[in-house]
Design a protein around this ligand. Sequence first.
Ligand code: BES
Ligand code: ZN
Ligand code: ZN
Length: 501
Amino acid sequence: MEFRAVHGSLVEQPCDVLVVNLFEGVTEPGGATGAVDKALDGLISLTIREEEFEGRLGQTLVIRTRDQIPASKVLVVGLGKQDEFGTTEIMRASGAAARKCIDLRAHKVTSVLHGAGVAGIHPRESARAVALGTILGTYQHTRLKTENIKPNMIDTFEIVELSAEKLDHITQGIRRAEIVGNAVTFARDLVNEPSNVVTPSYLSSVAEEIARENSLECRVLDRQGIEEAGMELLAAVARGSAQEPRFVELKYKTSDNLKTIALIGKGITFDSGGYSLKSQDQMYGMKDDMAGAAAVLAAMRALAQIKPSVNVIALVPATENAIGGGAIHPGDVFTSLSGKTVEVVNTDAEGRLILADAVAYAVKSGSDEIIDVATLTGACVTALGVEISGILGNDQVLVDKLIKAGESCGEKLWQLPLHRNYRKMLDSDIADLKNVAGREAGAIIGALFIESFTNNTPWAHIDLSSATIDKDNELARKGATGIPTGTLIEYIASEVEKGRE
Ligand code: BES
Ligand code: ZN
Ligand code: ZN
Protein backbone atom coordinates (compact mmCIF):
# COMPACT_ATOMS: atom_id res chain seq x y z
CA MET A 1 0.00 0.00 0.00
CA GLU A 2 1.45 3.33 -1.07
CA PHE A 3 0.46 6.49 0.81
CA ARG A 4 0.49 9.89 -0.85
CA ALA A 5 -0.37 13.46 0.09
CA VAL A 6 -2.23 15.10 -2.79
CA HIS A 7 -2.94 18.78 -3.29
CA GLY A 8 -6.41 19.43 -4.66
CA SER A 9 -10.12 19.10 -4.17
CA LEU A 10 -11.78 15.88 -3.03
CA VAL A 11 -14.48 16.10 -5.66
CA GLU A 12 -11.93 16.04 -8.49
CA GLN A 13 -10.07 12.85 -7.54
CA PRO A 14 -10.58 9.73 -9.66
CA CYS A 15 -10.64 6.73 -7.28
CA ASP A 16 -12.57 3.58 -6.39
CA VAL A 17 -13.61 4.86 -2.98
CA LEU A 18 -13.64 8.40 -1.64
CA VAL A 19 -13.64 8.49 2.18
CA VAL A 20 -15.37 11.37 3.94
CA ASN A 21 -16.64 11.63 7.51
CA LEU A 22 -19.40 12.67 9.87
CA PHE A 23 -19.48 13.38 13.59
CA GLU A 24 -22.14 11.58 15.60
CA GLY A 25 -25.47 13.37 15.72
CA VAL A 26 -24.71 15.68 12.76
CA THR A 27 -27.35 15.46 10.03
CA GLU A 28 -26.11 18.13 7.62
CA PRO A 29 -22.54 17.36 6.56
CA GLY A 30 -20.23 20.39 6.60
CA GLY A 31 -16.61 21.09 5.58
CA ALA A 32 -15.06 18.73 3.06
CA THR A 33 -17.90 16.21 3.41
CA GLY A 34 -20.36 19.05 2.76
CA ALA A 35 -18.50 19.97 -0.42
CA VAL A 36 -18.72 16.39 -1.68
CA ASP A 37 -22.40 16.31 -0.72
CA LYS A 38 -23.00 19.45 -2.76
CA ALA A 39 -21.21 17.98 -5.79
CA LEU A 40 -23.49 14.95 -5.45
CA ASP A 41 -26.61 17.15 -5.30
CA GLY A 42 -27.27 16.30 -1.66
CA LEU A 43 -27.02 12.51 -2.08
CA ILE A 44 -24.96 12.12 1.11
CA SER A 45 -27.44 14.02 3.33
CA LEU A 46 -30.31 12.13 1.72
CA THR A 47 -28.74 8.71 2.33
CA ILE A 48 -27.75 9.62 5.89
CA ARG A 49 -31.41 10.42 6.61
CA GLU A 50 -32.81 7.43 4.75
CA GLU A 51 -30.47 4.90 6.34
CA GLU A 52 -30.53 6.61 9.75
CA PHE A 53 -26.73 6.76 9.73
CA GLU A 54 -25.69 8.11 13.13
CA GLY A 55 -21.97 8.74 12.70
CA ARG A 56 -20.98 6.41 15.53
CA LEU A 57 -17.21 5.91 15.69
CA GLY A 58 -16.19 3.48 12.96
CA GLN A 59 -19.70 3.14 11.51
CA THR A 60 -19.63 3.17 7.70
CA LEU A 61 -22.05 4.04 4.93
CA VAL A 62 -21.41 3.32 1.24
CA ILE A 63 -22.92 5.53 -1.46
CA ARG A 64 -22.67 4.76 -5.15
CA THR A 65 -22.09 7.88 -7.26
CA ARG A 66 -23.51 8.52 -10.75
CA ASP A 67 -20.83 10.34 -12.73
CA GLN A 68 -21.24 13.59 -10.78
CA ILE A 69 -17.69 13.13 -9.45
CA PRO A 70 -14.80 10.92 -10.65
CA ALA A 71 -14.98 8.71 -7.53
CA SER A 72 -16.96 5.48 -8.08
CA LYS A 73 -18.16 5.26 -4.49
CA VAL A 74 -18.25 7.48 -1.45
CA LEU A 75 -17.70 5.98 1.98
CA VAL A 76 -18.89 8.00 4.95
CA VAL A 77 -17.17 6.98 8.18
CA GLY A 78 -18.46 7.98 11.61
CA LEU A 79 -16.06 9.92 13.84
CA GLY A 80 -18.09 9.49 17.02
CA LYS A 81 -18.92 12.28 19.44
CA GLN A 82 -17.11 15.52 18.78
CA ASP A 83 -16.24 16.05 22.46
CA GLU A 84 -14.62 12.60 22.70
CA PHE A 85 -12.54 13.11 19.57
CA GLY A 86 -8.73 12.72 19.41
CA THR A 87 -5.94 10.92 17.54
CA THR A 88 -7.08 7.49 18.74
CA GLU A 89 -10.52 8.19 17.27
CA ILE A 90 -8.96 9.26 13.94
CA MET A 91 -7.01 5.99 13.92
CA ARG A 92 -10.07 3.89 14.73
CA ALA A 93 -12.26 5.59 12.13
CA SER A 94 -9.49 5.19 9.53
CA GLY A 95 -9.04 1.53 10.40
CA ALA A 96 -12.77 0.86 10.03
CA ALA A 97 -12.96 2.79 6.75
CA ALA A 98 -9.95 0.98 5.27
CA ARG A 99 -11.37 -2.41 6.21
CA LYS A 100 -14.61 -1.48 4.46
CA CYS A 101 -12.57 -0.48 1.38
CA ILE A 102 -11.06 -3.98 1.36
CA ASP A 103 -14.59 -5.44 1.43
CA LEU A 104 -15.43 -3.17 -1.52
CA ARG A 105 -12.34 -4.52 -3.37
CA ALA A 106 -10.96 -0.98 -3.83
CA HIS A 107 -7.55 -0.50 -5.44
CA LYS A 108 -7.36 3.25 -5.14
CA VAL A 109 -8.67 5.02 -2.06
CA THR A 110 -8.80 8.77 -1.59
CA SER A 111 -9.48 10.17 1.85
CA VAL A 112 -10.21 13.44 3.53
CA LEU A 113 -7.80 14.35 6.35
CA HIS A 114 -10.01 13.38 9.29
CA GLY A 115 -10.07 15.84 12.14
CA ALA A 116 -7.60 18.35 10.71
CA GLY A 117 -8.06 21.54 12.68
CA VAL A 118 -10.62 19.94 15.02
CA ALA A 119 -9.73 20.00 18.73
CA GLY A 120 -6.39 21.64 17.92
CA ILE A 121 -5.00 18.56 16.18
CA HIS A 122 -2.05 19.42 13.95
CA PRO A 123 -2.34 18.24 10.31
CA ARG A 124 0.86 16.19 10.72
CA GLU A 125 -0.79 14.38 13.62
CA SER A 126 -4.06 13.80 11.78
CA ALA A 127 -2.21 12.48 8.74
CA ARG A 128 -0.09 10.21 10.96
CA ALA A 129 -3.26 8.92 12.64
CA VAL A 130 -5.08 8.35 9.32
CA ALA A 131 -2.18 6.42 7.78
CA LEU A 132 -1.38 4.48 10.97
CA GLY A 133 -5.04 3.54 11.48
CA THR A 134 -5.20 2.41 7.85
CA ILE A 135 -2.07 0.24 8.13
CA LEU A 136 -3.12 -1.33 11.45
CA GLY A 137 -6.78 -1.78 10.53
CA THR A 138 -5.98 -3.63 7.30
CA TYR A 139 -3.38 -5.96 8.82
CA GLN A 140 -4.12 -9.66 8.51
CA HIS A 141 -1.98 -12.68 9.34
CA THR A 142 -2.55 -15.03 6.42
CA ARG A 143 0.77 -16.84 6.01
CA LEU A 144 -0.58 -20.13 7.30
CA LYS A 145 -3.94 -20.08 5.54
CA THR A 146 -4.27 -21.74 2.17
CA GLU A 147 -7.93 -20.91 1.55
CA ASN A 148 -10.67 -18.35 2.26
CA ILE A 149 -8.36 -15.34 2.34
CA LYS A 150 -9.66 -11.94 1.31
CA PRO A 151 -6.49 -10.06 0.35
CA ASN A 152 -6.11 -6.32 0.79
CA MET A 153 -6.24 -4.89 -2.74
CA ILE A 154 -5.64 -1.23 -1.82
CA ASP A 155 -2.47 -0.22 -3.67
CA THR A 156 -2.77 3.54 -3.39
CA PHE A 157 -4.10 5.55 -0.47
CA GLU A 158 -4.23 9.30 -1.00
CA ILE A 159 -4.90 11.98 1.56
CA VAL A 160 -6.26 15.00 -0.28
CA GLU A 161 -5.87 18.53 1.04
CA LEU A 162 -6.95 21.86 -0.41
CA SER A 163 -4.51 24.14 1.38
CA ALA A 164 -1.00 23.78 -0.02
CA GLU A 165 0.78 24.75 3.19
CA LYS A 166 -0.48 21.63 4.98
CA LEU A 167 0.95 19.27 2.40
CA ASP A 168 4.48 18.93 3.82
CA HIS A 169 3.06 18.24 7.26
CA ILE A 170 0.80 15.57 5.82
CA THR A 171 3.74 13.92 4.07
CA GLN A 172 5.75 13.97 7.32
CA GLY A 173 2.85 12.39 9.20
CA ILE A 174 2.50 9.70 6.56
CA ARG A 175 6.23 8.85 6.68
CA ARG A 176 6.20 8.46 10.46
CA ALA A 177 3.03 6.34 10.30
CA GLU A 178 4.66 4.06 7.73
CA ILE A 179 7.67 3.45 9.96
CA VAL A 180 5.59 2.91 13.10
CA GLY A 181 2.87 0.93 11.31
CA ASN A 182 5.35 -1.41 9.66
CA ALA A 183 7.06 -1.95 13.00
CA VAL A 184 3.76 -2.76 14.74
CA THR A 185 2.75 -5.24 12.04
CA PHE A 186 6.23 -6.76 12.19
CA ALA A 187 5.68 -7.36 15.91
CA ARG A 188 2.18 -8.75 15.22
CA ASP A 189 3.58 -11.25 12.74
CA LEU A 190 6.13 -12.49 15.29
CA VAL A 191 3.45 -12.91 17.96
CA ASN A 192 0.88 -14.51 15.64
CA GLU A 193 3.30 -17.14 14.38
CA PRO A 194 3.12 -20.34 16.45
CA SER A 195 5.76 -21.46 18.92
CA ASN A 196 6.98 -24.25 16.63
CA VAL A 197 8.12 -21.48 14.27
CA VAL A 198 9.10 -18.69 16.64
CA THR A 199 11.65 -20.43 18.86
CA PRO A 200 14.37 -18.64 20.84
CA SER A 201 16.85 -19.19 17.99
CA TYR A 202 14.28 -17.81 15.53
CA LEU A 203 14.03 -14.65 17.65
CA SER A 204 17.80 -14.28 17.70
CA SER A 205 18.01 -14.71 13.94
CA VAL A 206 15.35 -12.00 13.55
CA ALA A 207 17.53 -9.72 15.70
CA GLU A 208 20.58 -10.57 13.58
CA GLU A 209 18.68 -9.78 10.42
CA ILE A 210 17.53 -6.41 11.81
CA ALA A 211 21.16 -5.71 12.72
CA ARG A 212 22.37 -6.64 9.23
CA GLU A 213 19.76 -4.59 7.42
CA ASN A 214 20.27 -1.49 9.55
CA SER A 215 23.98 -1.73 10.41
CA LEU A 216 23.38 -2.27 14.11
CA GLU A 217 25.58 -4.27 16.45
CA CYS A 218 24.20 -7.58 17.60
CA ARG A 219 25.52 -10.10 20.12
CA VAL A 220 23.84 -13.42 20.76
CA LEU A 221 24.58 -15.82 23.61
CA ASP A 222 23.60 -19.50 23.50
CA ARG A 223 22.99 -21.82 26.47
CA GLN A 224 26.67 -22.09 27.29
CA GLY A 225 27.25 -18.35 26.82
CA ILE A 226 24.32 -17.54 29.10
CA GLU A 227 25.68 -19.83 31.81
CA GLU A 228 29.20 -18.45 31.46
CA ALA A 229 27.92 -14.88 31.65
CA GLY A 230 26.35 -15.70 35.02
CA MET A 231 22.71 -15.43 33.99
CA GLU A 232 21.71 -18.37 36.11
CA LEU A 233 18.03 -17.43 36.28
CA LEU A 234 17.66 -17.43 32.50
CA ALA A 235 19.65 -20.67 32.28
CA ALA A 236 17.42 -22.18 35.00
CA VAL A 237 14.18 -21.41 33.16
CA ALA A 238 15.69 -22.86 29.97
CA ARG A 239 16.68 -26.15 31.57
CA GLY A 240 13.42 -27.93 30.87
CA SER A 241 13.46 -27.16 27.16
CA ALA A 242 14.99 -29.01 24.24
CA GLN A 243 15.11 -25.65 22.44
CA GLU A 244 18.37 -23.77 22.97
CA PRO A 245 17.83 -20.48 24.83
CA ARG A 246 19.26 -17.21 23.56
CA PHE A 247 20.24 -13.91 25.09
CA VAL A 248 20.15 -11.15 22.47
CA GLU A 249 21.79 -7.74 22.71
CA LEU A 250 21.00 -5.43 19.80
CA LYS A 251 22.63 -2.01 19.87
CA TYR A 252 21.69 1.26 18.23
CA LYS A 253 24.62 3.50 19.01
CA THR A 254 25.13 7.19 18.18
CA SER A 255 27.47 8.88 20.64
CA ASP A 256 28.93 8.16 24.09
CA ASN A 257 27.88 11.64 25.19
CA LEU A 258 24.21 10.79 24.83
CA LYS A 259 22.10 8.76 27.22
CA THR A 260 21.55 5.04 26.76
CA ILE A 261 18.07 3.59 27.02
CA ALA A 262 17.77 -0.15 27.59
CA LEU A 263 14.66 -1.82 26.15
CA ILE A 264 14.09 -5.28 27.58
CA GLY A 265 11.52 -7.68 26.12
CA LYS A 266 10.33 -10.93 27.69
CA GLY A 267 11.01 -13.65 25.14
CA ILE A 268 9.26 -16.78 26.44
CA THR A 269 8.39 -18.45 23.14
CA PHE A 270 6.01 -20.81 24.93
CA ASP A 271 4.96 -20.80 28.57
CA SER A 272 3.73 -24.19 29.75
CA GLY A 273 4.28 -23.09 33.35
CA GLY A 274 7.00 -25.71 33.87
CA TYR A 275 6.44 -28.06 36.82
CA SER A 276 3.97 -25.47 38.15
CA LEU A 277 2.02 -26.52 35.09
CA LYS A 278 -0.71 -24.39 33.59
CA SER A 279 -4.16 -25.88 32.98
CA GLN A 280 -5.17 -26.66 29.38
CA ASP A 281 -7.26 -23.52 29.18
CA GLN A 282 -4.52 -21.29 30.55
CA MET A 283 -1.81 -22.84 28.39
CA TYR A 284 -3.45 -22.31 25.02
CA GLY A 285 -2.33 -18.95 23.66
CA MET A 286 0.96 -18.95 25.56
CA LYS A 287 2.86 -18.59 22.28
CA ASP A 288 2.27 -14.87 22.87
CA ASP A 289 4.55 -14.84 25.90
CA MET A 290 7.27 -13.35 23.68
CA ALA A 291 5.19 -10.30 22.78
CA GLY A 292 7.51 -8.07 24.81
CA ALA A 293 10.49 -9.32 22.80
CA ALA A 294 8.60 -8.79 19.54
CA ALA A 295 7.78 -5.18 20.43
CA VAL A 296 11.33 -4.40 21.46
CA LEU A 297 12.85 -5.89 18.29
CA ALA A 298 10.27 -4.16 16.10
CA ALA A 299 10.95 -0.84 17.83
CA MET A 300 14.69 -1.20 17.19
CA ARG A 301 14.01 -1.72 13.51
CA ALA A 302 11.98 1.50 13.40
CA LEU A 303 14.45 3.49 15.48
CA ALA A 304 17.25 2.53 13.11
CA GLN A 305 15.19 4.23 10.38
CA ILE A 306 14.18 7.31 12.41
CA LYS A 307 17.76 7.70 13.68
CA PRO A 308 17.15 9.62 16.93
CA SER A 309 20.14 11.14 18.76
CA VAL A 310 20.29 8.68 21.62
CA ASN A 311 21.75 5.25 22.30
CA VAL A 312 19.41 2.29 22.64
CA ILE A 313 20.23 -1.27 23.59
CA ALA A 314 17.61 -3.95 23.20
CA LEU A 315 17.97 -6.99 25.43
CA VAL A 316 15.93 -10.11 24.77
CA PRO A 317 16.23 -13.09 27.09
CA ALA A 318 14.59 -15.86 25.07
CA THR A 319 13.63 -19.38 26.08
CA GLU A 320 10.71 -21.73 26.35
CA ASN A 321 9.30 -22.49 29.78
CA ALA A 322 8.94 -26.24 29.35
CA ILE A 323 8.99 -29.44 31.36
CA GLY A 324 11.69 -32.06 30.98
CA GLY A 325 14.07 -34.23 32.94
CA GLY A 326 16.32 -31.26 33.60
CA ALA A 327 13.57 -28.78 34.41
CA ILE A 328 13.85 -26.81 37.63
CA HIS A 329 11.65 -27.69 40.60
CA PRO A 330 9.57 -25.46 42.84
CA GLY A 331 11.87 -24.56 45.72
CA ASP A 332 15.12 -24.57 43.73
CA VAL A 333 17.46 -21.64 44.35
CA PHE A 334 19.60 -19.84 41.76
CA THR A 335 21.95 -16.87 41.74
CA SER A 336 21.05 -14.01 39.43
CA LEU A 337 23.55 -12.00 37.41
CA SER A 338 23.24 -9.30 40.10
CA GLY A 339 24.49 -11.72 42.73
CA LYS A 340 21.13 -11.94 44.51
CA THR A 341 19.80 -15.42 45.20
CA VAL A 342 16.24 -16.33 44.19
CA GLU A 343 14.06 -19.17 45.42
CA VAL A 344 11.81 -20.32 42.58
CA VAL A 345 8.64 -21.09 44.51
CA ASN A 346 6.53 -21.20 41.34
CA THR A 347 8.11 -22.15 38.00
CA ASP A 348 5.26 -20.39 36.18
CA ALA A 349 6.50 -17.01 37.40
CA GLU A 350 9.38 -17.40 34.93
CA GLY A 351 9.16 -14.02 33.20
CA ARG A 352 10.44 -12.09 36.20
CA LEU A 353 13.36 -14.54 36.49
CA ILE A 354 14.67 -14.00 32.98
CA LEU A 355 13.93 -10.25 33.21
CA ALA A 356 15.88 -9.99 36.47
CA ASP A 357 19.02 -11.22 34.68
CA ALA A 358 18.40 -8.89 31.72
CA VAL A 359 17.81 -5.89 34.02
CA ALA A 360 21.00 -6.72 35.90
CA TYR A 361 22.79 -6.90 32.54
CA ALA A 362 21.43 -3.46 31.57
CA VAL A 363 22.57 -2.00 34.90
CA LYS A 364 26.04 -3.54 34.54
CA SER A 365 26.43 -2.17 31.03
CA GLY A 366 25.73 1.38 32.28
CA SER A 367 22.22 2.04 30.95
CA ASP A 368 20.78 5.39 32.05
CA GLU A 369 17.19 4.24 31.80
CA ILE A 370 15.47 0.88 31.61
CA ILE A 371 12.10 0.01 30.08
CA ASP A 372 10.99 -3.59 30.28
CA VAL A 373 8.03 -5.02 28.42
CA ALA A 374 6.55 -8.34 29.47
CA THR A 375 3.40 -10.44 29.41
CA LEU A 376 4.14 -10.85 33.10
CA THR A 377 0.95 -11.53 35.01
CA GLY A 378 -2.53 -12.88 34.53
CA ALA A 379 -3.39 -10.55 37.40
CA CYS A 380 -2.85 -7.53 35.14
CA VAL A 381 -5.27 -9.02 32.60
CA THR A 382 -7.80 -9.50 35.39
CA ALA A 383 -7.34 -5.89 36.51
CA LEU A 384 -7.33 -4.11 33.15
CA GLY A 385 -8.70 -6.50 30.54
CA VAL A 386 -7.09 -7.04 27.14
CA GLU A 387 -7.40 -3.52 25.73
CA ILE A 388 -5.26 -1.80 28.37
CA SER A 389 -1.78 -2.66 29.60
CA GLY A 390 -0.38 -1.87 33.03
CA ILE A 391 2.61 0.35 33.65
CA LEU A 392 4.61 0.72 36.85
CA GLY A 393 7.97 2.30 37.57
CA ASN A 394 10.31 4.14 39.91
CA ASP A 395 10.37 7.31 37.79
CA GLN A 396 7.08 9.18 37.41
CA VAL A 397 8.35 11.42 34.58
CA LEU A 398 9.33 8.38 32.52
CA VAL A 399 6.01 6.64 33.24
CA ASP A 400 4.04 9.77 32.25
CA LYS A 401 5.99 10.12 29.00
CA LEU A 402 5.36 6.51 28.07
CA ILE A 403 1.62 6.83 28.76
CA LYS A 404 1.52 9.94 26.56
CA ALA A 405 3.50 8.24 23.77
CA GLY A 406 1.00 5.38 23.93
CA GLU A 407 -1.93 7.76 23.55
CA SER A 408 -0.48 9.05 20.29
CA CYS A 409 -0.69 5.62 18.68
CA GLY A 410 -3.76 3.99 20.18
CA GLU A 411 -1.85 1.97 22.77
CA LYS A 412 -3.56 2.38 26.11
CA LEU A 413 -1.45 2.19 29.27
CA TRP A 414 -2.74 2.58 32.81
CA GLN A 415 -0.46 3.15 35.77
CA LEU A 416 -0.66 0.80 38.75
CA PRO A 417 1.00 1.75 42.04
CA LEU A 418 4.45 0.41 42.88
CA HIS A 419 3.44 -0.03 46.50
CA ARG A 420 6.73 -0.84 48.24
CA ASN A 421 5.13 -2.03 51.48
CA TYR A 422 4.38 -5.23 49.56
CA ARG A 423 8.05 -5.87 48.84
CA LYS A 424 8.50 -7.85 52.07
CA MET A 425 6.02 -10.41 50.76
CA LEU A 426 8.84 -11.49 48.44
CA ASP A 427 11.22 -12.30 51.30
CA SER A 428 12.31 -15.95 51.12
CA ASP A 429 13.10 -18.24 54.05
CA ILE A 430 16.27 -19.54 52.45
CA ALA A 431 17.31 -17.05 49.72
CA ASP A 432 17.40 -13.27 49.20
CA LEU A 433 13.99 -13.29 47.59
CA LYS A 434 11.37 -15.66 46.22
CA ASN A 435 9.65 -15.24 42.87
CA VAL A 436 6.01 -15.19 44.04
CA ALA A 437 3.98 -13.91 46.98
CA GLY A 438 0.34 -14.76 47.71
CA ARG A 439 -2.62 -14.33 45.42
CA GLU A 440 -3.09 -10.61 45.98
CA ALA A 441 -1.71 -7.67 43.96
CA GLY A 442 -0.06 -9.94 41.40
CA ALA A 443 0.91 -7.22 38.94
CA ILE A 444 2.44 -5.05 41.67
CA ILE A 445 4.34 -7.99 43.16
CA GLY A 446 5.73 -8.89 39.72
CA ALA A 447 6.93 -5.33 39.22
CA LEU A 448 8.45 -5.17 42.72
CA PHE A 449 10.41 -8.34 41.99
CA ILE A 450 11.90 -6.75 38.85
CA GLU A 451 12.58 -3.47 40.64
CA SER A 452 14.83 -5.36 43.06
CA PHE A 453 17.35 -5.68 40.22
CA THR A 454 17.28 -2.10 38.87
CA ASN A 455 19.78 -0.67 41.37
CA ASN A 456 17.75 2.58 41.38
CA THR A 457 18.22 3.16 37.66
CA PRO A 458 15.20 5.10 36.28
CA TRP A 459 12.92 2.27 35.21
CA ALA A 460 9.46 1.59 33.85
CA HIS A 461 7.79 -1.78 33.49
CA ILE A 462 4.96 -2.46 31.06
CA ASP A 463 2.87 -5.46 32.08
CA LEU A 464 1.53 -6.37 28.69
CA SER A 465 -2.06 -7.47 29.21
CA SER A 466 -3.01 -6.23 25.73
CA ALA A 467 -0.58 -8.39 23.71
CA THR A 468 -3.44 -10.29 22.09
CA ILE A 469 -7.16 -9.64 21.82
CA ASP A 470 -9.91 -12.22 21.60
CA LYS A 471 -12.11 -10.40 19.08
CA ASP A 472 -11.59 -7.93 16.24
CA ASN A 473 -11.55 -4.19 16.87
CA GLU A 474 -11.01 -1.34 14.37
CA LEU A 475 -7.22 -1.42 14.69
CA ALA A 476 -6.47 -5.10 15.08
CA ARG A 477 -8.04 -8.42 14.34
CA LYS A 478 -8.32 -11.22 16.86
CA GLY A 479 -4.75 -12.16 17.78
CA ALA A 480 -1.66 -10.02 18.24
CA THR A 481 -1.92 -6.25 18.72
CA GLY A 482 1.80 -5.42 18.45
CA ILE A 483 1.49 -3.24 21.56
CA PRO A 484 3.60 -1.42 22.86
CA THR A 485 5.80 -1.12 19.77
CA GLY A 486 4.40 2.32 18.87
CA THR A 487 4.77 3.56 22.44
CA LEU A 488 8.47 2.65 22.54
CA ILE A 489 9.18 4.27 19.18
CA GLU A 490 7.22 7.45 19.83
CA TYR A 491 8.65 7.84 23.33
CA ILE A 492 12.25 7.56 22.17
CA ALA A 493 11.75 9.62 19.02
CA SER A 494 9.88 12.46 20.73
CA GLU A 495 12.24 12.50 23.73
CA VAL A 496 15.06 13.32 21.38
CA GLU A 497 13.08 15.73 19.20
CA LYS A 498 12.19 17.73 22.31
CA GLY A 499 15.80 17.63 23.46
CA ARG A 500 16.86 19.29 20.21
CA GLU A 501 14.42 22.21 20.37
N1 BES B 1 2.96 -15.48 30.94
C1 BES B 1 2.31 -15.55 32.19
C2 BES B 1 1.41 -14.35 32.46
C3 BES B 1 0.15 -14.23 31.66
C4 BES B 1 -0.86 -15.16 31.83
C5 BES B 1 -0.03 -13.19 30.81
C6 BES B 1 -2.02 -15.04 31.09
C7 BES B 1 -1.17 -13.06 30.07
C8 BES B 1 -2.19 -14.00 30.21
C9 BES B 1 3.32 -15.59 33.32
O1 BES B 1 4.52 -16.23 33.06
C10 BES B 1 2.66 -16.33 34.45
O2 BES B 1 2.38 -17.48 34.28
N2 BES B 1 2.44 -15.65 35.55
C11 BES B 1 1.79 -16.20 36.67
C12 BES B 1 2.43 -15.63 37.90
C13 BES B 1 1.97 -16.28 39.18
C14 BES B 1 2.47 -17.68 39.26
C15 BES B 1 2.49 -15.46 40.33
C16 BES B 1 0.31 -15.84 36.63
O3 BES B 1 -0.01 -14.70 36.27
O4 BES B 1 -0.51 -16.70 36.91
ZN1 ZN C 1 4.43 -18.33 33.45
ZN1 ZN D 1 5.11 -16.26 31.08
